[in-house]
Design a protein around this ligand. Structure first.
Ligand code: ADP
Length: 431
């Protein structure tokens, strides 16, 4: 009877593990995968809700979601059914074992090889063991479910970081904000041809530099490299003489403030949004920064002033107002390097003019890079770098560059100023 109990326990545990790992797990993995796809589709549709509405595509999105939800539902049903079948099979096995032991006991008693006490003892022992077996199988199933649910997260956490701090990375001591590109070669991951080959350029502390060039010429990549969103393949980028690859990313990025093309605000008060750059700033400092960014005027007209909540992503403000809040943030940040990423490209002329004035104020004494689409933004900067297919093909002030007949900048300028009046027939600037 002991041998039968031992064999039964082994059989039960083997069956429970096999059912869990080979039968339930594959189905659980499938339904988890579809669960992630459904969440991703939902997030995509919700964050793009303005586009969905403007194309009256609600039904299309709904159909897409319900198709995914349908797939998810059917795989989830399979997973639940398999859970159920695994549980029932384990119970049937357990009861069959109990019946087998009882039959063996009765037979041994009938042939005089066991006493009623022996049979009662073995049955009672098996009942206790059975309880433990059931618990073990349940734990196994729960463990499997937890492991399946965590699989995505653990896979994500083991992904190597694209850009990592070097061991012993130092804190960047950036006070003046001088930037040097020293023979930099860079290609995006997975791309064969480099965007930059052997690019060298020095930007002096406090200099205001405009980056211009056709779309795709490498302007944004230039500022992404300064922020070390990617590591360069060859060469070095230095800020105030320190190689940015050897300093901590945290210290590097806190030395740089970016005013993006389309700033996103938190659904918090305007004061909190401005103070995001420096949470410990006093209210007076926040107001001073807003004043410098010409944001104070419109904030004054809001019923709750600096306490106004701006809606998710700042939707309750116009593009120009959001830009001015982002600029106030940049003023407050006091970082030595400021980057404007086409900050005025989506604004009308009046907002652009206001922002331009604010930019002039905010950039005094700070190294400033301005990625500009509209060349009007960079007419007053110290130096303009003209990008063409990853190369800096020209540099100089607006006036100097305009004096170069057939130059890249001059061509860009002519296209912008006269382009609307008739392309090839447009009048050219005097040589
Ligand atoms: P610009 O700012 O002048 O419009 P970018 O610096 O954004 O130009 O892009 C330069 C080139 O690099 C483009 O050809 C673009 O397709 C490519 N590029 C930009 N970002 C990536 C990326 N994350 N992965 C691969 N290629 C990219």
């Amino acid at each position: 009877m002991g041998s039968l109990v031992g064999a039964g326990v082994c059989l039960y545990l083997t069956a429970a593990s096999a059912l869990t790992l080979r039968y339930v797990t594959p189905a659980a993995r499938r339904s988890n995968r579809l669960d992630s796809r459904l969440s991703a589709a939902l997030a995509d549709a919700i964050t793009c809700n303005a586009v969905v509405k403007s194309f009256a595509a609600e039904q299309r999105e709904e159909a897409r979601l319900s198709e995914l939800a349908g797939d998810w539902k059917s795989t989830l049903r399979v997973t639940w059914t398999r859970h159920l079948v695994a549980g029932i099979t384990q119970n049937v096995l357990s009861v069959s074992l109990q019946a087998g032991i009882l039959l063996l006991g009765v037979w041994l008693w009938s042939v005089g090889r066991a006493t009623p006490g022996d049979v009662a003892y073995v049955l009672t022992t098996f009942t206790v063991i059975q309880g433990y077996l059931r618990e073990t199988a349940n734990h196994l199933r729960n463990l499997q479910r937890a492991v399946n649910d965590l699989e995505d997260v653990s896979r994500f956490s083991t992904q190597p970081l694209g850009v990592d701090d070097h061991p012993g990375a130092r804190i960047l001591k950036a006070e003046r904000g001088g930037i040097v590109f020293d023979r930099v070669t860079f290609r995006y991951p997975g791309k064969e041809t480099p965007i930059y080959s052997d690019v060298s350029i020095t930007i002096a502390p406090g200099e205001r530099v405009g980056l211009v060039g056709a779309s795709g010429s490498g302007k944004s990549t230039f500022v992404k490299l300064i922020q070390r969103f990617y590591d360069v393949a060859e060469g070095h980028i230095r800020i105030d003489g320190q190689d940015i690859a050897t300093v901590s990313q945290r210290s590097l990025r806190s030395a740089i403030t970016v005013v993006p093309q389309d700033p996103i605000l938190f659904h918090r008060s305007l004061a909190d949004n401005i103070a995001y750059a420096r949470p410990e700033a006093s209210h007076a400092e926040i107001v001073a920064a807003a004043r410098k960014a010409h944001a104070d005027e419109f904030i004054g007209t809001l019923p709750e002033g600096y306490g106004t909540l701006v809606g998710e992503r700042g939707v309750k403000l116009s593009g120009g107002e959001r830009q001015r809040i982002a600029l106030a943030r940049a003023v407050l940040a006091r970082s030595p390097v400021l980057i404007f990423d086409e900050a005025t490209s989506s604004l009308d002329s009046i907002s652009e003019h206001l922002l331009q004035e604010a930019m002039e104020d905010a950039t005094v004494g700070r190294t400033t890079l301005i990625i500009a689409h509209r060349l009007s933004t960079v007419q007053t900067v110290d130096r303009i770098l003209v990008f063409d297919r990853g190369r800096i093909v020209e540099q100089g002030t607006h006036a100097e560059l305009l004096r170069r007949p057939g130059g890249h900048y001059r061509r860009l300028f002519e296209t912008q100023v006269f382009g609307l009046t008739g392309g090839a027939d447009a009048p050219a600037l005097p040589a």
